[in-house]
Design a protein around this ligand. Structure first.
Ligand code: PAF
Length: 282
C-alpha cells in the first residue's frame, strides 16, 4: 500500500487508475481506525478495483470547545491496519494541503435542509466543515464510489444531499454500524470513556432499541422521546437529544407513522459525547 501526502501525487495515481478503466473507491476517515472503519474498507473492496482511504483530522468540523487537539492520531497503526485489509492507497494530507489558502479564508460548502437540526443545532458549523472537507476529498480523488458509516446518520444524509445538489457523478454507499458485544457503537471517541463509564455507555443502544420497540408498539413519538431522555438522565447521561425522525430528511413523523423512521441519540457521559441511531420499520 502506498502512503501519499501530496495532492498532486494522489491525483496522478487515481487518474492513472481511471485511465486503465479501474473503478476507484474512497473511504474518508479521521484515523484512529477501528473495526467499523475496516468494515468500510472491506465494503469498498467489494465495490471497486482500487481503494483509497484518507486519514485527516479535519479542523473545520470541530467547534472551539471540542476535542480537535486531543482527537487520537495513530497514523502508523492506521497504515498497518489498512494494509492488512487490502487498501491500495492511504492519503494522509497536512492541513495546508487540504486548505491551501488557510483556514480563515477557505471556501466552505453549507448544505441546507438536513443540517440545521439535531447535531447541527448542538454543533454549529460542524456539517459545513464536514461537507467542505468531503467535497475537497471527492474532488481530489474523483472516486466512482465513496463509503460512509451509518453511525453518523445525519452526516450520511448531508453528504448524499451535497453530492445530489452539486451534481457530482459519485455513488455514496453506506455501511452498517459495527457494535461492541453489548451494543455500543464503535467509535474513536469510545476510548475517552473511563473503565466505570464504559459499561454504562451501552445504555445508548439499549435506549434506542426501546425507542424502536415503543414506536412499533404504537406509542406517541413525544412520549417515547421524553421517556428515553429520562432513562438516560437517570443513568448519568447529559442528553443533547433523543429523537424520532423520518429517515429520509429528519423531519418529525406524523402520529401513527411507524416505518421509514430513525431513532437518534446524542448524550454525554462524563467528558465523552456519544451519538448513535437505529432504523425503525425499514
Ligand atoms: O466521519 C468522519 O470520520 C468524518 O466526519 C469525515 C467524513 C472523514 C470528514 O472529516
Amino acid at each position: 500500500m502506498d502512503r501519499i501526502h501530496s495532492a498532486a501525487e494522489l491525483r496522478a495515481t487515481t487518474a492513472r487508475w481511471r485511465s486503465e478503466g479501474l473503478r476507484v473507491a474512497l473511504v474518508p476517515t479521521m484515523g484512529n481506525l477501528h473495526a467499523g472503519h475496516y468494515s468500510l474498507i472491506r465494503a469498498a473492496r467489494e465495490r471497486s478495483d482500487r481503494v483509497v482511504a484518507s486519514v485527516f483530522v479535519n479542523p473545520t468540523q470541530f467547534g472551539p470547545n471540542e476535542d480537535f487537539a486531543r482527537y487520537p492520531r495513530t497514523l502508523d497503526d492506521d497504515a498497518r491496519g489498512l494494509q492488512a485489509e487490502g487498501c491500495d492507497l492511504l492519503f494522509a494530507p497536512a492541513v495546508e494541503t487540504m486548505y491551501p489558502f488557510g483556514l480563515e479564508v477557505a471556501t466552505r460548502v453549507d448544505v441546507k435542509g438536513v443540517t440545521e437540526t439535531l447535531e447541527g443545532a448542538f454543533r454549529p458549523g460542524h456539517f459545513a466543515g464536514v461537507a467542505t472537507v468531503v467535497l475537497r476529498l471527492l474532488n481530489l480523488v474523483q472516486p466512482d464510489v465513496a463509503l460512509f458509516g451509518r453511525k453518523d446518520y445525519q452526516q450520511l444524509l448531508t453528504i448524499r444531499r451535497l453530492v445530489a445538489d452539486l451534481c457530482l457523478p459519485i455513488e455514496i454507499a453506506d455501511v452498517a454500524t459495527m457494535r461492541e458485544p453489548d451494543g455500543l457503537a464503535m467509535s474513536s471517541r469510545n476510548q475517552y470513556l473511563s473503565a466505570q463509564e464504559r459499561p454504562q455507555a451501552a445504555q445508548v443502544y439499549a435506549t434506542l432499541c426501546r425507542m424502536r420497540d415503543a414506536v412499533l408498539g404504537g406509542d406517541a413519538a413525544s412520549a417515547i422521546e421524553r421517556d428515553a431522555r429520562d432513562a438516560l438522565e437517570s443513568a448519568g447521561f447529559r442528553v443533547d437529544y433523543a429523537a424520532i425522525r423520518r429517515a429520509v430528511d429528519l423531519t418529525d413523523p406524523v402520529p401513527g407513522e411507524r416505518s421509514g423512521l430513525v431513532a437518534l441519540i446524542a448524550a454525554r457521559l462524563g467528558a465523552t459525547r456519544l451519538i448513535d441511531n437505529l432504523a425503525i420499520g425499514g
